[in-house]
Design a protein around this ligand. Structure first.
Ligand code: ADP
Ligand code: MG
Ligand code: ZN
Length: 498
């Protein structure tokens, strides 16, 4: 909506003149049993300040000890995103004051991170794929969490919960390689899939185990140099990342069109209002007075360890996608949907192998199974229709035992009852009627009962054939074999009047 001053232009006009440049910083909690520098459990949702000890509370004299499991998961993430892992990386103190940071500094990695130069594959829009490059992946500890609401005393003061303090994180920093909100969304979707496959994260954004900050700037189309970016925080879903980027594109364009400079700042997304508000001018790294952490030795990762972690990784989404296209001859698009989750991919493979018809199976999984799961808010592991049962349904349809329309009904019944399709078809007498005698009888009845419609058809309104098909289908309870029915009906109507 252009404001009254008329500087702001429509989205199409903005995008014709400016190219958005986007880079994302993703914080990912690692699925370790313990915190990164102490033995406290890494668990979401405990009573405030019950999962703490002197180390993660930052009490004087307490010393950190790096968790091997945390490094192992960080390595998995780095290797799965095709980063170069560095044999030596260094922990550093990032100093700032905030009530949720008990030590007054966060242990992070700075100029010598664990890994650099990775890539995540996203759909390019033209049917192909392109790489979003990763700048770095480094390890760090999480901060505690402010409690501003929900306590009896919340109207007077805020509390702080240190259960999350020192939970292991990796920060995954992309290069400014994305050019639209959709690409940012695709990147997050693809990155999340990789992290889930690698068993690094549970990907749960509501519980904060994946968090994303978006950096966005505009540059005039055709120009090389990047503009000044805004950094957007408080993005609690992939959809909100996309919404915030869309909003920032128009906000930046309005400022640039008015001849103003974009300040380098951090802004907060307000999902209710659909806009960002300035939070602070962007800090520079010297503001944090980084220095090497004296209480931890440099992290050394041997080539043998990297090889071991690499060998233990499962097949990753992009590889699985390519294999599905090659092995099952399904479209790349189908393969990309089916491989977003490992459990869905496994389900599909099990069903396709038994069913024999890989493309039909893919349609059933994408259009019916995923739709029902979505409606019910269930995971595929809880699907009432097993891969074997779905394969049986595909076979009943392929073999001509049931019609396509009946198959949809049978699927709904399978979903509701968990029964096998064969049992439902037998119980309800749903076997397709292909027998010409039986069909001819139903056709003759319909024709006898509808002299007006028959006359209309025979005057040349052959488009009414569908109406006759519907009538016969009604008589047969939807079980008529559509090909046979069509042929017989045409013959009856087009032939000499009885
Ligand atoms: P900081 O901690 O200061 O935010 P990082 O290096 O962690 O710095 O992250 C910077 C992020 O901003 C990266 O994802 C990078 O791709 C992105 N970025 C850098 N310059 C621009 C720009 N001009 N426009 C959009 N994104 C940018
Ligand atoms: Mg940042
Ligand atoms: Zn602890």
């Amino acid at each position: 909506m252009p404001p009254a001053d008329g500087v702001s232009a429509s989205r199409e006009d903005v995008l014709a003149r400016y190219e958005p440049v986007i880079g994302l910083e993703v914080h990912c909690q690692l699925l370790t049993r313990t915190k990164i520098f102490c033995g406290c459990p890494n668990r979401f949702g405990g009573e405030p300040n019950t999962l703490v000890c002197p180390v993660c509370l930052g009490l004087p004299g307490a010393l950190p000890v790096l968790s091997r499991e945390a490094v192992e998961l960080a390595l998995r993430a780095a290797i799965a995103t095709r980063c170069q892992v560095h044999e030596v990386s260094v922990f550093a103190r990032k100093n700032y004051f905030y009530p949720d940071l008990p030590k007054g500094y966060q242990i992070s990695q700075y100029d010598q991170p664990l890994a650099t130069d990775g890539a995540v594959e996203i759909p390019a829009g033209d049917g192909g794929w392109r790489q979003v490059r990763l700048e770095r992946i480094h390890m760090e500890e999480d901060a505690g969490k402010m409690l501003h609401e929900g306590m009896p005393w919340s109207s007077e003061r805020s509390g702080v919960d240190f259960n999350r303090s020192s939970v292991p994180l990796i920060e995954i920093v992309s290069r400014p390689d994305m050019r639209s909100a959709e690409e940012a969304y695709e990147y997050l979707t693809a990155l999340k899939a990789v992290l889930l496959y690698a068993g690094v994260s549970d990907g749960n954004m509501e519980e904060g185990s994946l968090r994303c900050d978006a950096n966005i700037s505009l540059r005039p189309r055709g120009s090389e140099a990047f503009g000044t970016r805004s950094e957007i925080k408080n993005l609690n879903s992939f959809r909100n990342v996309a919404r915030a980027i869309e909003h920032e594109i128009l906000r930046h364009a309005a400022l640039l069109d008015a001849g103003q400079k974009i300040p380098l700042e951090t802004r907060l997304w307000n999902a209710d209002r659909g806009e960002t508000v300035a939070m602070r001018s962007k800090e520079e790294s010297h503001d944090y007075r980084y220095f090497p952490e004296p209480d931890l030795p440099p992290l050394v990762v041997s080539a043998a360890w990297i090889a071991e972690v690499t060998a233990a990784l499962p097949e990753l989404p992009a590889d699985k996608r390519r294999r599905f296209v090659a092995q099952y001859a399904i479209p790349d698009y189908d393969a990309s949907v089916l491989t977003l989750s490992r459990a869905v991919a496994d389900y599909y493979e099990a069903a396709a192998k038994t069913a024999g018809n890989a493309k039909a199976t893919s349609n059933w999984v994408m259009n019916e199974v995923l739709r029902k799961l979505n409606e019910d808010g269930r995971e595929i592991a809880a699907s009432p229709v097993t891969p074997e049962a779905l394969a049986e349904l595909v076979k009943l349809l392929d073999g001509g035992t049931i019609s396509g329309k009946i198959a949809k009904d049978v699927f709904e019944k399978m979903w509701a009852t968990g029964d096998a399709p064969g049992a439902i078809v037998a119980r309800e007498g749903l076997v397709q009627v292909s027998d010409e005698g039986a069909l001819q009888k139903a056709i003759d009845e319909v024709i006898a009962q509808s002299p007006e419609q028959v006359a209309t058809y025979r005057k040349g309104k052959t488009g009414t054939l569908g109406w006759f098909v519907g009538q016969v289908m009604k008589k047969t309870g939807g079980k008529a074999n559509p090909q046979t029915l069509n042929a017989l009906l045409k013959k009856a109507l087009d032939g000499p009047a009885a």
